[in-house]
Design a binder for this molecule. Sequence first.
Ligand SMILES: [Fe+2]
Ligand SMILES: [Fe+2]
Length: 268
Amino acid sequence: MLKILFFGDINGKIGRKALKKALPQMKKEFKPDVIIANAENAAHGKGITEATIVELMEAGVEFFTLGDHAFDRETQAEQIFTKGLPVVRPANFPTEVPGKGYSVIKKGKHKILVINLLGRVFMSMDYNCPFREIEAILAVENLASENLSAIIVDIHAEATSEKIAMGYYLDGKVSAVLGTHTHVMTNDAKITESGTAYITDVGMVGASDGVLGVKKEDIIKTFLTQVKYKHEIPESGPAMLNGVLVTIDEKSKKAIEIKSIIKNININ
Ligand SMILES: [Fe+2]
Ligand SMILES: [Fe+2]
């Protein structure tokens, strides 16, 4: 049996602090074999930096997925891939974009394939088709012969329909299809017919007293005035950790259970 703890978008410094504070206890409680997190906005709400990835690794996260904000800090992101840190970027970016869209994590006797995809509905860029992209990845011959224990897909997308469609498209082909990007956890975690764990959105690790992790006053002002004000991320106050614990039978690669996790803590 293989247990994977997966966290939704880690948002800013408060998200990183929350993770650092809560993870030791969560490790005792859930005893995960591997800890993965979406970190597209771990660098204080805008992209990633080498320092923030290292900080999260020291806190206990072992592998990272990204999303539409992966290259907000362009050179930092490139550096992460050049140095070979345990990070994948969405697979359906054009091929010349630095980094890889999938990777195999080796942990003890387990080999876990992690694939990151971006949705296209209500997203600002014209990414390659995520359905065809993952079909191609799963068909790569050497991956099939890798003797994997699990295949985890992070579909980073806005539209619930696109994520649900991806969940059914991959039913029985992968161990888990986990949605990210909206920062709001959905209440639909389930195992689909042929043994794939699914949730439309895992949610967020960040400030809970705001709009998607951003100071609420700025967002309300933007809605009222139609002027884009600078978004601020609270550095202290209430924070939440949203994640899922997926239990997988490593022989069949099928999911047995998916459990939603919500933890609330205060950051001073
Ligand atoms: Fe995103
Ligand atoms: Fe995000």
